[in-house]
Write a protein that binds this ligand. Sequence first.
Ligand SMILES: CC(C)(C)c1cc(CCc2ccccn2)cc(-c2ccc(S(=O)(=O)CCO)cc2)c1
Length: 239
Amino acid sequence: SPKHKYYKEINEVIAEHIKYAAKLDIDNTWELIHDEGEMKVFKREMEEDGMVVDPLKAVHTVKGITGHEVCHYFWNPDVRMEWEGTLESAQVLDWFSEDTCVCYQIHKKVWPTTQREALFWTQIRHVPNEDEDEDGPDYWIVCNYSIPDHDKCPASKNVRINMNVAMVCETSMEPPSSHDGEITRDHITCRITYAANVNPGGWAPASVLRAVYKREYPKFLKRFTQYVMDQTKDKPIMF
Ligand SMILES: CC(C)(C)c1cc(CCc2ccccn2)cc(-c2ccc(S(=O)(=O)CCO)cc2)c1
């Protein structure tokens, strides 16, 4: 029985992201817009009713942190203002379950566009390796998905963005033979696939939006992953 209104939608959206992350089909329809070290950021140029809605996909490999840790800090609404530099405010309106809540956040105004806000459910989920052989994929995933309304959503004059964002992580550890049992952060690597489909809503000049994409997303990924490394370096590993 559906436990809440969005139960079915959440399972469908998450399944879709897992399918795409597993495929990781970066073919020539994706344009590389940023290539720095292990981080590669791609976009596709797309418009919906004259609105730039370029899908964005980024892949990044970070040593010393796990997919569980990356997803925990990306999902946890309590720390969002600590790493999300584009936010003016963020609040939880509702909890569907312990891993799923509804967030309402107002982004800082980006000249010359109107101020924007987002209302979305966010879920963190561990997708263990289902086939019995050991080396199947084991994912941690967070998905942020816009909803049209919520009775606790404050009235505002801001433009509402429409987003479907997913952070999918896979952790690899060096083979056990290389250490006598104790796994340290030197033995772990996290492969991050970040997919963002954001319709900024309202009107904004295509040139401005494309400049923002190009500048903001790599900055966000670097700042966020650095935040996770800083938060976790002296803490026990979250596997
Ligand atoms: C323009 C575009 C880059 C698509 C854009 C514009 C704005 C609204 C702020 C803004 C920026 C530029 C122009 C107008 N408004 C927000 C976002 C956005 C929202 C959420 C997430 S998240 O990964 O879910 C992390 C949680 O916040 C990432 C990106 C993207």
